[in-house]
Design a protein around this ligand. Structure first.
Ligand code: ZN
Ligand code: ZN
Length: 278
């Protein structure tokens, strides 16, 4: 199934096509919830997946149980935001079932938007994995025996999933060691940055490990100075960036403005192997 990365206006309600997004009323400390919902609603491939009921039509839960499925709840919310003919709405339903996404979240309590987003994305990803497993089992039963292929790919991972490479190069013998991490987002320090670009440059700038922070080289078999370099191995279709606005544990909030340009070019942050492939 191919992702629809750009908006298909025919799927949107006339008001949403020509006017501003639907406003969401604050239900008391629910700004974190509303901002996450707005971001997800305006993520074109996810919104279009929901507008076509591509999750709920495949969901194995009975209709009355669908109100307990995280992806069904999210799909309903996104469809409502993009199809009702009003200027303002109250996200009461989703506020009342916060615990389905994250057990420790409570209505009316101040929570962290990034943490909530992580829970929503993980919950929907896990629903998809469960459905996929179920479908494979049914298929195997029909065919009789055999092992299903598959892997952990889901629509959620297809939209938000990418991979980072962390490379450490020994400055004594030159041997490189690479580690790959799958990601669903990138968290950037903004304490010493005024723009997204600056923060990204810092994140991807090489770092020398020396002094107290020496690296144990498997080849040299001792602690050595090394250079560490992060890069993007696989760029996600939709890159989620979190700006870390908390300064340490007891620090205050970093509430300065962080500027960003309309277009973000990732090519200079890609790892060399990926640049050649692209
Ligand atoms: Zn469902
Ligand atoms: Zn070495």
């Amino acid at each position: 199934m191919a992702l629809q990365m750009t908006w298909q206006p025919s799927l949107l309600n006339l008001k949403r096509r020509s006017g501003p997004p639907l406003g969401l009323r604050n239900l008391g400390n629910s700004c974190y919830l509303n901002s996450v919902l707005q971001c997800l609603t305006y993520t074109p491939p996810l919104a279009q997946f929901c507008l076509k009921s591509q999750h709920s039509s495949n969901c194995d839960l009975a209709t009355e149980k669908k109100s307990e499925c995280p992806f069904c709840i999210l799909e309903k919310r996104i469809v409502r935001s993009l199809s009702i003919d009003s200027a303002l709405d109250t996200p009461m339903k989703i506020n009342n079932c916060l615990r389905i996404f994250a057990e420790h979240f409570r209505c009316g309590r101040q929570e962290d938007a990034h943490e909530f987003l992580r829970y929503v994305i993980d919950a929907c990803h896990n629903v998809c994995l469960r459905l996929k497993k179920l479908q494979q089992m049914q298929l195997q039963r029909k065919k009789g025996g055999g092992h299903g292929g598959g892997g952990g790919n889901t629509v959620v991972k297809e939209i938000f999933g990418g991979a980072l490479q962390s490379q450490v190069k020994c400055l004594s013998c030159g041997v490189e060691s690479n580690k790959v991490d799958e990601i669903m987002d990138i968290s950037l320090d903004v304490l010493h940055s005024g723009s997204l670009k600056e923060a990204l440059n810092k994140y991807f700038q090489p770092e020398v490990l020396d002094g107290n922070n020496k690296y144990k080289c498997d080849n040299c078999k001792k602690l050595v100075a090394a250079r560490k370099q992060m890069s993007i191995l696989q760029a996600p279709n939709v890159l989620v960036i979190q700006l870390k606005r908390f300064e340490g544990i007891f620090g205050g909030k970093i509430d300065k403005g962080i500027t960003f340009e309309e277009v973000l070019v990732l090519s200079s942050y890609m790892c060399k192997a990926s640049q050649v492939r692209a």
